[in-house]
Design a binder for this molecule. Sequence first.
Ligand SMILES: NC(=O)c1ccc[n+]([C@@H]2O[C@H](COP(=O)([O-])OP(=O)(O)OC[C@H]3O[C@@H](n4cnc5c(N)ncnc54)[C@H](O)[C@@H]3O)[C@@H](O)[C@H]2O)c1
Length: 320
Amino acid sequence: MSQPLLGKVCVVTGATRGIGKGIALQLGEAGAKVYITGRTLKPVKDNIGGSLQETAEEIRNRGGVCVPVQCDHTKDEEIKALFDKVQDENDGQLDILVNNAYNAVKAIMRNLKVPFWEQPMDMWDTVNTVGLRNHYICSIYAARMMVPRRQGLIVNVSSAGGLRYLFNIPYGVGKEALDRMAVDVAFELRKHNVACVSLWPGAVQTETIMSEVKSGTFDGNASNVKTKQVFIEGESIEYAGKAIVNLASDPKVMSKTGKVLIGSDLADEYNYRDIDGRKPGNFRQISYLLQSSGWNTLSSFVPGFLTIPKWLVSFAGHKF
Ligand SMILES: NC(=O)c1ccc[n+]([C@@H]2O[C@H](COP(=O)([O-])OP(=O)(O)OC[C@H]3O[C@@H](n4cnc5c(N)ncnc54)[C@H](O)[C@@H]3O)[C@@H](O)[C@H]2O)c1
């Protein structure tokens, strides 16, 4: 098996479950030494939330190297201790930081279609303390290790909610800010040969989302039912990991710095599939847009290569 990331040191935040776990599995399989973070160290019975030990074991079973670090990303001193440990144990080497930890999926799902003025006041902090502020702090510590070595890659796991309204207001504001953070961090890091990008996965079949699907969260309202279908046909948790392995192995990664990258576009560019052999839909595909709007028959007549160009997608934003 090829291990393009042998000798690389990575940090993936929020890897007990979900996309962070999938990314950590792929980075480990690609040969990197992967530091993973989360609050839950040991398996908890009947908990869909997973644990650091379970992710670490899966990485080791695939022949990878994993260092689980218990860290609550709402606590600045725990974030500092994480990066101190990485620095001490690797002689200052850090090659890849994946800003992924996110504390808000359940809160967002509980409040789908609830207007913002009726949502809990602390929704803002639930979404953006871990999902935005913490990513800035992690990026500071990572840059301090990457800049002196003149190499590194920071990936912010964001979403198409950074472009236009999705789920709720703190969500969209947080994602747009995270995309902008990637652009501005890249601006300052470019001359030090360190890359920073924002990555938009598609709809991902995480443990939490699939349990919400099963429990009927998306049933009833027609637009929620469409959302449910999009998740049922979504990506595995490892698809975004494949994107990051390819980016981190690309000698021309600096040509992508400062960009918002769509996971499915990277799958086309680097020519990989999801772990089950599928090619999950890309929201730029016209057939995918028709299907997710309920036009299934029409969508089956539209070839997959017909996509909306990115310059046109940017008009779906709202600036100017
Ligand atoms: N699920 C999707 O369909 C989807 C699609 C596109 C983008 N995203 C984005 O991907 C990112 C990850 O989402 P997910 O769906 O995998 O979420 P998830 O809830 O399944 O996993 C989040 C991870 O973060 C960890 N975490 C939460 N709070 C923490 C804290 N205080 N300290 C340490 N770790 C903490 C959790 O333990 C877990 O490991 C988010 O930014 C999300 O918006 C998700």
